[in-house]
Write a protein that binds this ligand. Structure first.
Ligand SMILES: Cc1cc2nc3c(=O)[nH]c(=O)nc-3n(C[C@H](O)[C@H](O)[C@H](O)COP(=O)(O)OP(=O)(O)OC[C@H]3O[C@@H](n4cnc5c(N)ncnc54)[C@H](O)[C@@H]3O)c2cc1C
Length: 364
């Protein structure tokens, strides 16, 4: 796995320059639960949506090729630092494009590469509501529903899963158009409001099927892909840790030994999460020979980052007091966004499977 190349370095420096402006707008998007269209436009202009395309199709391969792993990690951390909800939208874009570039035929890959180079934002909608999930008929029409759809009503295309008549989960690339109706979740999520996570009804919508039945569940990608969510949450954790320190200093409360002890614990937790993620990104993206070992490692990394986030949220709220709950304080939004975004599938199973792997592979 090579070092980050020069084109990626300059993309990351453009992204780094955007972090503060994006942080400044994050509260506004959150308060009104608005899709961050201006932010997405800035990312487009910086070439970020296009950079996910593999190098041989004209991108930088960030998140879609082994050599793009470290660049993708840096990018997702920066996005998480800027605004977790924006990070979630781009994370989904990477996940969706990765599926296309690994599983689709050359014609669809070319088409989706062109869409991404034109600046289109793609989502990944794979969560079915109980009872009326998405189905695909023999003539290729999509009917049914998806829930927890980030970017619903705003993004340009989505990769979805749909059950075929034989019960296989098919992947479908769906340009957003006729036959799709997006609506908000009843009551909405309390955090990640700017990710505009809604529900979508499909009524004879058309798309392009790719891959084989159940390819979406193929390992190691299915489990190891979790590292990208954790990378965004790591960025949020870093922003929270920065806020904790700077707010204590600006309120002249940093000389107190109790506050110093909490800051020390927060710094250790943040660095622990960073170290886990640096290794998890490499293990997940390097086409591992030992697939169970990689899945176990990434699962542990996911849970270690989750634990670090929960710990620093508690430390920050204890240190800053009720100020951490003012809607105008970025700490309030970051904690609310992290609390929501950390709820990812099957946490218990990830832990116990990692433990079983560890017990079945005890070094002699
Ligand atoms: C901000 C945000 C944006 C999202 N955007 C999208 C999107 O764009 N597209 C999309 O498809 N999805 C999206 N999702 C949904 C996401 O993919 C997951 O479906 C969701 O986050 C699962 O979280 P959960 O905590 O409910 O998981 P669960 O797996 O239901 O876990 C909840 C608890 O139940 C336990 N548990 C799990 N299974 C069982 C079981 N069988 N028996 C007993 N206990 C069990 C778990 O260990 C855990 O303790 C989004 C979610 C969030 C938070």
């Amino acid at each position: 796995m090579g070092a980050v190349n020069q084109l990626t370095v300059s993309l990351l420096s453009r992204m780094e320059a955007l972090v503060v402006p994006l942080q400044d707008r994050a509260t506004m998007w959150d308060l009104s639960a608005t899709f961050p269209a201006d932010d997405i436009e800035d990312l487009r202009a910086a070439g970020l949506l296009q950079a996910i395309v593999p190098a041989h199709l004209g991108g930088l391969g960030l998140g879609t090729e082994p050599d793009g792993a470290l660049g993708a990690l840096a990018l997702l951390r920066l996005l998480g630092r800027a605004n977790l909800a924006l990070g979630r939208l781009v994370e989904a874009h990477i996940n969706a494009l990765r599926l296309v570039f690994r599983l689709a035929d050359p014609a669809l890959q070319q088409r989706v590469a062109q869409d991404a180079k034109d600046g289109k934002l793609v989502g990944l909608w794979v969560t079915d509501p109980p009872g009326d999930g998405l189905r695909i008929s023999a003539d290729g029409m999509l009917n049914g529903h998806k829930q927890f759809c980030s970017g619903a009503g705003h993004i340009d295309a989505a990769v979805v899963t749909a059950l075929d008549e034989a019960g296989g989960a098919r992947l479908v690339y769906v340009p957003i158009g006729t036959g799709l109706t997006a609506s908000p979740l009843t009551g909405g999520l309390s955090g990640m409001r700017a990710a505009t996570t809604g529900q979508v009804a499909f009524d004879s919508a058309a798309g392009t099927v790719f891959g084989k039945p159940d390819d979406y569940l193929a390992e190691p990608d299915f489990s190891c892909g979790a590292w990208r969510t954790s990378a965004v949450t790591l960025g949020g954790l870093e922003a929270l840790s920065q806020q904790l320190r700077s707010q204590l200093v600006s309120r002249h409360r940093h000389g107190d030994p109790h506050q110093q002890a909490r800051v020390g614990q927060a710094m250790i937790a943040t660095e622990t999460a960073r170290l886990w993620m640096a290794e998890a990104a490499v293990q997940a993206e390097s086409e591992p020979n030992d697939i169970p070992a990689a899945i176990s490692y990434v699962g542990q990394a996911r849970l270690a980052v989750e634990r670090a986030c929960l710990e620093v949220m508690e430390l920050s709220q204890r240190s800053l007091g009720v100020a951490a709950f003012l809607r105008s304080n970025p700490v309030e939004r970051i904690c609310r966004d992290l609390s929501t975004y950390l709820r990812q599938p099957a946490a218990d199973m990830v832990l116990t499977e990692a433990a079983i792997f560890g017990m079945e592979n005890i070094p002699r």
